[in-house]
Design a protein around this ligand. Structure first.
Ligand code: XUL
Ligand code: CO
Length: 438
């Protein structure tokens, strides 16, 4: 097949001063930062659905993307050619991982059996390309939201047959993920949520979602798939109330239904902001509850209230994300998956490179800044000292469980008033952060 991106050779590290827009200024894969190569810290992944299936269509107009390798048909040959173009892109960009939904890869047929055969035919090419390039599947997933059969949800549908179809579809998606040596499998709740309680039995739907995930866990064990399962929280879009709304809601769900230990979280920046949280809050929550897994790297727009899935360019964001990832001890077996798409106006193939190069450089800078902040304990010492009252005296006794309300009453009656509070120094800390980012 002719090259899909004939104008691009390997994207290389040229350093901060370069004027070449198709070079890395900061991402130097083999450079060691805090004891590990940048490639191993960052584990970049390309999302097949946005980069190779995104058309640029929106509510107001049809697609705009120019993709010379794609003939626009639903043929298997076209789907296979698209996969080869994708691997050329991954290789030239220098990423080691990719992700896909079953239906991004291959068209649906007339029957489930035909759909599965279509998928197998395209997965065979992906397997070949993986072997040729050494690029690995970070995770696979199933699209349980596009087809009208899932209008009421998949595992949370009021229609039991939709649950059954979704189970069959996910079974197959886990099988092909396993076949491709996938490091994980993601469950994003698609239409698992509701719009009005006037027609919804929420408790029953949540029970069904849990049952579905238990079946998936059982099946995974049965076939010996050892990849990590992830839930991807999102608060809204397409439904008004998505069940996996944020990290804390997912933890509550996993605990209630006995699924802790089986699934971790794949956290996405634009989903965090839609939930009214910062991405670092979501990461910190997941880390605390022991469910941090992987990251869908993107960004929203501060002026727009929907899931714009833009490429991350904000160094504050990437620094804060990398601070948490380093605190968690790294990403593996997860990664930084660019669940992001180019703008409708950026319709040329080359824009796919500009977008990813920018995202990778933004994260490389975030990594270097976070590593330096950690090395200097520029924030850590302040936090440790802020909680100093818990290290000795009454604080240490409370943490050790040595006192209860009666002892604390006696302590305070004798002391009369609390020790003076100290300033939180937020502005000083913001200045320190700025100093490192500069
Ligand atoms: C949707 C979203 C999905 C998941 C995979 O907002 O993020 O692409 O990442 O289904
Ligand atoms: Co996502």
């Amino acid at each position: 097949m002719a090259e899909a991106f004939p104008d691009v050779t390997q994207i290389r590290f040229e350093g901060p001063g370069t004027k070449n827009p198709l070079a890395f200024r900061h991402y130097n894969p083999d450079e060691v930062v805090a004891g590990m190569t940048m490639a191993d810290h960052l584990r970049f992944s390309v999302a097949f659905w946005h980069t190779f299936r995104g058309t640029g269509a929106d509510q107001f107009g049809v697609g705009t993307m120019v993709r010379p390798w794609d003939d626009g048909t639903q043929s298997i040959e076209n789907a296979q050619r698209r996969v080869r173009a994708a691997f050329e892109f991954f290789e030239k960009l220098g990423v080691k991982f990719w992700t896909f939904h079953d239906r991004d890869l291959a068209p649906e047929g007339e029957t489930l059996a035909e759909t599965n055969r279509n998928l197998d035919a395209v997965v065979a090419v992906a397997k070949e390309e993986q072997a040729r390039t050494g690029i690995q599947l970070l995770w696979g997933t199933a699209c349980l939201f596009s087809n009208p059969r899932y209008m009421h949800g998949a595992s949370t549908s009021c229609n039991a047959d939709a649950f059954a179809y979704a189970a069959a579809q996910v079974k197959k998606a886990i099988e092909v993920t396993h076949e491709l040596g996938g490091l994980g499998y993601t469950f994003w709740g698609g239409r698992e949520g509701y719009t009005t309680l006037l027609n919804t039995d929420m408790g029953r739907e949540l029970d069904h979602l849990a049952k579905f995930l238990h079946m998936a866990v059982d099946f995974k064990k049965e076939i010996g798939f050892t990849g990590q399962f992830y839930i991807e929280p999102k608060p809204m879009e397409p439904t008004k109330h998505q069940y996996d709304s944020d990290a804390a809601a997912c933890v509550a769900f996993l605990q209630k239904y006995g699924l802790m230990g089986e699934l971790k979280l794949n956290l996405e920046t634009n989903h965090a902001t839609l939930a009214g949280h910062t991405m670092e809050h979501e990461l910190e929550t997941a880390i605390h509850f022991g469910v941090f897994g992987s990251v869908d790297a993107n960004a929203g727009d501060v002026m727009l209230g929907w899931d714009t899935d833009q490429f991350p360019t904000d160094i504050y964001l990437t620094t804060n994300v990398m601070l948490r990832i380093m605190k968690a001890g790294g990403l593996a077996p997860g990664g930084l998956n660019f669940d992001a798409h180019v703008r409708r106006e950026s319709f040329e193939p080359i824009d796919l490179f500009h977008a990813h190069v920018g995202g990778m450089d933004a994260f490389a800078r975030g990594l270097k800044i976070a590593a330096k902040l950690r090395e200097d304990r520029a924030l850590d010492d302040f936090i440790a000292q802020r909680y100093g009252s818990w290290d000795t005296g009454i604080g240490a006794k409370i943490e050790a469980g040595k006192v209860g309300f009666k002892e604390l009453e006696a302590y305070m009656l004798e002391k009369g008033e609390i020790a003076p509070n100290a300033s939180g120094r937020q502005e000083m800390l913001e200045n320190i952060l700025n100093d490192y980012i500069a």
